[in-house]
Design a protein around this ligand. Structure first.
Ligand code: ZN
Length: 145
């Protein structure tokens, strides 16, 4: 388990310091800004959706390593997902991080492996809003569409 935690930590550090898809998307069909006042994290999410499929997802913004890593991993996972699948991911991911009343997490098997790296954030309640910022922003973006 320690090795797994180290692996997850490396993934978060990697995405936090070297975020993927960190560019504005000129021909985005959806743009949505999100802000986490607790930490000062700011994210601008860009989506290009065609025939109800997310064909490109990028982001910009300033934030701590956890919020940046979470947004970076999210934009990688979103490609080729439908809007419905993306909303499903948002709900599962946020439930996974905020559901503190059980030791066993029923949502884990529904999430892509990369996202499991962010489960360790659960142990730091003050950072949960950092990890969920991009996801709340995505949920809001898809609901306004
Ligand atoms: Zn933060």
């Amino acid at each position: 388990m320690d090795n797994l935690n180290n692996l997850y930590q490396e993934l978060i550090i990697d995405h936090g310091t070297n975020p993927r898809n960190f560019v504005p998307l000129i021909n985005a069909t959806i743009e949505k800004e999100g802000f986490n006042p607790l930490c000062g994290d700011r994210v601008m999410l860009f989506l290009k959706i065609k025939d109800n499929i997310i064909i490109q997802a990028t982001f910009q913004g300033e934030g701590c390593a956890i919020s940046t890593a979470s947004a970076s991993i999210m934009t990688e996972i979103l490609v080729n997902k439908t809007s419905v699948q993306a909303i499903d991911l948002v709900n599962n991911f946020i439930a996974m991080l905020t559901n503190t009343n059980t030791g066993i997490d029923n949502n884990l098997d529904k999430l892509p492996n990369k996202l499991l790296a962010l489960t360790s954030v659960k142990n730091y309640p003050s950072r949960i809003k950092c990890a969920t910022l991009a996801w709340h922003t995505l949920g809001a973006a898809l609901q306004q569409n």
